[in-house]
Design a protein around this ligand. Structure first.
Ligand SMILES: Nc1ncnc2c1ncn2[C@@H]1O[C@H](COP(=O)(O)OP(=O)(O)OP(=O)(O)O)[C@@H](O)[C@H]1O
Length: 593
């Protein structure tokens, strides 16, 4: 971070003026049917959603927006009528956005309905309209993914026979902060309702543990897995189809006041009908474009992280998701991640090498926390914007869209709605329909990992027998977008959460969650496993060793911890302490995560 500085007359601006792009968008807007942003699949998914009171998230500030959505979208709001005796002062019914504070009545009703009290306390009205499902009404089939604080299982709903994905979030009810993060994810998911956004279908509580399961429709693939598959290359029509769905989903999130803050291939889930749904809202937050709001910049997987976040900005907006979308667009067309930085400084160098350095005007405009202003005073080597040169093989329309999404200045970046109106989506070849996409074999990130592990195992076996260890694979790709490092791990609350939940001092990812035999055996009802004492679960790093590199690197979906620090407890403690010192310096200024 220390090497960052704008130079006078630097060339970080987007080639092709924004005015030019806007004019084209305007003319496209006229031509494009209003429905362009919604994929035609399943408009049927419109079950009524309960607007959650701003019960849990610190960042929940826009009650007005919630109220509007009530009106606009026909959401059902559960109102609890309280009996008041004569003379008693009327209590405000407005929920306090900073506290869960469900009314006593609501709490009582929810507990009576079978919700655990701790969950009702943090999720408040987000639970209204739902009854808890019992864990033993689902049958685990297999583990299909794991993230920073969750394991994801394929399971069968015994009541409906549907195959679902169960995201098991471990909850330490003594740690209120960690519960608030989980609650925020639930609140956000309940606010969203769009074919290109994963839908939370229910919650399952387990009698045997403090785990909570989030129930989602089962998605067969993720874009990271598809992109990393040696046998898959995308045509431009297919890329347009995925990008259209991604941008439509983002448009919906942004219109509902939600920033995703972790757009990357492994969070873009795809079903067998080719429908893409944005998943994993664990880092998402509510925001209100009309209000000034400080948020943590320790978000987004490193390779997809916008420059303003790397510069330390704490007031940002939809641009952070659009930058990530730009990285995805280029990755799909180029067949490899475009800026696989090893750490924050390397990431910025890669950004400057491709996009040029920020202009003087950029530095004047951005607002940094006062303790970080000094960070940008060192001279930058000369860089020149090379987006059009590096990706000259892309079609002019793709290049033009990419160029504006990868604008260094977030105010030059297109919004999702504008991006959907660009020539990329309106000129031939048009995006194919999701249902026209090929049917792929299982290619989730976890499958790619399994493939890599199998390959490594075979190589080691050959080595042990004296054969040459190196054999060229059918098609060697760039290291998979090893899930960028730091977002969650750099995020103080997540560090704390992981530490608290796992009782610190842990070692490896495989240790982060109990092995399957301890974590609810497969083929048995969910929740039939014994309760695990948290002290049994050691801490972990998020890194693993790739088959063709000795360096540990991250999974695509993993959180972002600096690679060097990945399995050093001492370093992690240092990071935590550093982060605390940094936070202490920003005294008086509240930065929410
Ligand atoms: N609905 C779903 N259907 C199928 N697989 C899913 C579904 N949701 C999640 N997964 C799989 O589980 C993985 C982890 O899920 P998710 O990203 O939601 O967890 P997380 O703990 O927030 O992860 P991260 O640390 O990457 O942020 C995903 O990468 C995906 O492969």
């Amino acid at each position: 971070m220390g090497c960052v500085l704008g130079r006078p007359g630097s060339s970080g601006s987007v080639s092709g003026s924004r005015h030019e792009v806007s004019t084209r968008i305007e003319s496209n807007r006229r031509e494009v049917n209003n429905n362009a942003s919604v994929t035609k699949t399943e408009a049927t998914e419109s079950t009524s959603v309960v607007v959650a009171s701003a019960a849990a998230g610190e960042e929940v500030r826009n009650d007005e927006a919630i109220a509007n959505h009530k009106q606009e979208n026909g959401f059902v709001v559960t109102e609890t009528k309280e009996k008041r005796s004569k003379g008693e002062r009327k209590r405000s019914t407005k929920p306090d956005p900073r506290r869960s504070n469900p009314t006593k009545n609501l709490l009582g009703e929810q507990v009576a309905a079978g919700w655990p009290q701790w969950l009702s306390e943090v999720c408040g009205e987000a639970l209204s309209g739902w009854l808890p499902r019992k864990a033993d009404s689902f049958e685990k089939i297999e583990k299909i993914g794991s993230g920073t604080y969750s394991n994801v299982y394929k399971a069968k709903d015994s009541l409906t026979g549907n195959i679902v994905a169960l995201k098991k979030v471990r909850c330490d009810i003594r740690e209120r902060e960690s519960l608030r993060f989980m609650a925020r994810e639930i609140l956000i998911l309940r606010r969203l309702d769009h074919p290109n956004v994963i839908k939370l279908e229910g919650l399952v509580t387990s009698r045997m543990s403090n785990s909570l399961y989030l129930v989602f429709r089962y998605m067969h693939h993720d874009l990271a897995g598809l992109a990393a598959s040696p046998d898959i290359t995308f045509t431009e029509q297919q890329v347009k189809c995925y990008m259209k769905q991604l941008l439509s989903g983002l448009e919906h999130c942004h219109n509902r006041g939600v920033l995703h803050r972790d757009i990357k291939g492994s969070n873009l889930l795809i079903d067998d009908d080719g429908v893409l749904r944005i998943g994993d809202f664990g880092l998402a937050t509510f925001y209100d474009a009309s209000k000034r709001q400080e948020m943590t910049n320790r978000v987004v997987t490193l390779w997809y992280r916008a420059p303003e976040l790397l510069h330390g900005v704490v007031e940002y907006s939809v641009g952070v998701d659009l930058w990530s979308a730009g990285c995805i667009l280029a990755e799909l067309l180029a067949g490899r991640p475009i800026m696989p930085g090893r750490n924050e400084v390397d990431q910025l160098h890669r950004i400057y090498s491709l996009c040029g350095p920020p202009s003087e005007e950029y530095w004047r405009k951005i607002r940094l926390p006062s303790n970080q202003k000094h960070a940008h005073h060192k001279p930058l080597p000369k860089y020149k914007r090379k987006v059009r040169e590096v990706f000259k093989s892309f079609s002019p329309q793709a290049l033009s869209l990419l160029d504006t999404l990868l604008a260094l200045d977030p105010s030059d970046r297109l919004t999702a709605s504008d991006a959907l109106m660009t020539d990329f989506f309106t000129t031939e070849p048009l995006a194919c329909e999701p249902s026209d996409l090929p049917k792929y074999p299982p290619t989730k990130e976890i499958d790619a990992k399994k493939r890599d592990e199998e390959y490594r195992r075979q190589r080691e076996a050959r080595k042990a027998q004296g054969e040459s260890g190196r054999r060229i694979r059918p098609r060697e790709r760039a290291p998979r977008a090893m899930p960028a490092p730091e977002a969650n791990a750099e995020n103080q609350s997540n560090i704390d959460r992981m530490r608290l939940i796992t009782h610190a001092n842990a070692k490896s990812k495989s240790e982060k969650f109990p092995p399957p035999h301890q974590d609810g055996s497969l083929g048995f009802p969910v929740g039939s496993s014994r309760r695990l004492d948290p002290s049994e679960i050691p801490f972990s790093s998020n890194s693993f060793t790739s088959s063709y590199s000795k360096e540990p690197f991250q999974t695509w979906s993993g959180p972002l911890a600096p690679i060097e620090a990945s399995d050093s407890t001492a370093r992690r403690r240092n990071d935590i302490n550093k982060e605390r010192r940094r936070a202490a310096k920003v005294k008086g200024k509240r930065i929410v995560v």
